[in-house]
Write a protein that binds this ligand. Structure first.
Ligand SMILES: O=C1O[C@H](COP(=O)(O)O)[C@@H](O)[C@H](O)[C@H]1O
Length: 260
């Protein structure tokens, strides 16, 4: 697992644009090297800000959208099309405006889908879908995603792994149902830390003063049960993308002070 690297941008708008440029380049490079790319999307303000910046970037046309696999790191367990769903929000800001191959878009099941209102069954089905997509070159029952995006919550949650809840302690399963989440809605589906760590690169996004304490805690040696963001690491790279407000409480020396 890789050690975290920190990049700080002036504000959240610049952070979103720079992360979008980074993501486009990463997808284009992966497609050139292996023919296709895979990205795990996140919800939340920063995740949607990044997708909106991709939508506005002229370089988005350099991506072959038909050779991109999209997965989700977590989902709010709600009916298909519900405005709270991360899938619905991603469609609105980017996905409906690019020529994706629908067979390569893998949203987590909704609460009115084939598994009904059973978030645990939905999680099991998503784990099976991931396992079916993993090849012999992968390191277990999850594909080696090129980039896995994670918004960091003010309480240090990532995906739907909240501090101290059973999901963050899960070591065997790759996807779990989450019950009693402190942030609404209480029922969710989430990748677990072992699944997140299958990614080549994990990028954590945090902008705004309300994320400053979370970033400082996760980057200062907190345990992953108390601070789930601390346990989110990529095999090759773990990148924290922050704005100055979110970086305000980081220990000195954690990143070069003069980043753009
Ligand atoms: O509920 C969720 O929250 C996190 C962080 O959201 P933010 O609005 O504080 O940036 C998000 O990354 C996660 O996917 C989502 O379901």
């Amino acid at each position: 697992m890789s050690a975290p690297q920190v990049v700080v941008h002036r504000d959240k708008e610049l952070m979103a644009k720079a992360a979008a440029a980074r993501l486009i380049t990463k997808i284009v490079d992966a497609q050139a090297a292996r023919g296709s790319a895979s990205v795990v999307l996140t919800g939340g303000r920063n995740g949607n800000g990044l997708l909106a910046a991709v939508a506005e970037a002229p370089a988005r046309d350099a991506v072959d959208w038909s050779r991109l696999d999209l997965w989700w790191g977590d989902e709010r367990f709600a009916p298909d099309g519900d405005p709270e769903r991360n899938h619905t929000q991603a469609r609105e800001v980017l996905l409906d405006s690019v020529p994706l191959d629908p067979a390569r878009v893998h949203p987590m099941p909704p609460s009115d889908g084939p598994y009904g209102n059973d978030a645990d069954a939905a999680a099991e089905a998503y784990a099976a879908r991931l396992a079916a997509a993993a090849g012999p070159e992968d390191h277990g029952p999850v594909p080696s995603f090129d980039v896995l995006l994670l918004g960091v919550g003010p309480d240090t949650h990532v995906a739907s792994l909240f501090p101290e809840l059973p999901a963050v302690r899960e070591q065997e399963r790759t996807v779990v149902g989450v019950h009693g989440a402190p942030k609404p809605p209480p029922t969710r589906v989430s990748l677990t830390l072992p699944a997140i760590r299958a990614a080549r690169e994990v990028w954590l996004l945090a902008a705004g003063a309300d994320k400053a304490n979370a970033a400082a805690m996760a980057l200062s040696g907190a345990g992953e049960v108390q601070a789930p963001a601390a346990g989110a690491r990529g095999r090759s790279r773990t990148l924290w993308l922050l704005d100055e407000a979110a970086a305000a409480q980081l220990p000195r020396g954690l990143y070069p002070p003069a980043s753009a």
